[in-house]
Design a protein around this ligand. Structure first.
Ligand SMILES: [Fe+2]
Ligand SMILES: [Fe+2]
Length: 156
């Protein structure tokens, strides 16, 4: 029986619903969002001490939002004909609550920098769908950054 091979990247074959740069940033962002899910899931159960119940809930709530972010990116990547595999990176395992929050601040800053680039790269090739998604993700990541930075200030 003859089977037609699936086109590997519709995105780049048809002259581009998007650019390789946009696809690269989407894949990078997905890896970081998935890594955030793991980092916060780990923090949720590793955090201990007086404020642990409160922090448990913060890590859980934001971790769930990171999972949605991963899914939205996954949908976009698949739609654009990109790589469907889901790689993650090593995540940080700090010993105390302050260290954990600082790890999350660093993670949000890294992700925000990628979304800024993605907004520009998507605009450059008129990939408005990706741009819309990148702006939404940028906005929500800035909200997360604000939450973590506020927690750090409170504890100092
Ligand atoms: Fe996120
Ligand atoms: Fe986030």
């Amino acid at each position: 029986m003859e089977r037609k091979a699936k086109p590997k990247s519709a995105a780049h074959k048809d002259g581009g619903r998007t650019s390789p740069e946009v696809m690269g940033l989407l894949i990078q962002a997905r890896a970081l969002e998935l890594t955030s899910v793991l980092q916060m899931l780990w923090q949720e159960y590793a955090v201990a001490g007086l404020e642990s119940a409160y922090l448990h809930d913060v890590f859980e709530k934001i971790g769930r939002e990171e999972m949605s972010h991963s899914e939205w990116l996954q949908e976009r990547i698949t739609f654009l004909g990109g790589d469907a595999s889901m790689r993650t990176r090593d995540f940080k395992r700090s010993a105390d609550a302050l260290g954990m929050i600082a790890d999350d601040v660093e993670m949000e800053k890294t992700i925000i920098a990628i979304y800024r680039k993605l907004v520009d790269a998507a605009s450059a090739v008129k990939d408005w769908g990706t741009r819309h998604l990148a702006e939404k993700l940028l906005f929500e990541s800035e909200g997360h950054l604000n939450t973590f930075e506020t927690l750090l200030k409170k504890s100092k």
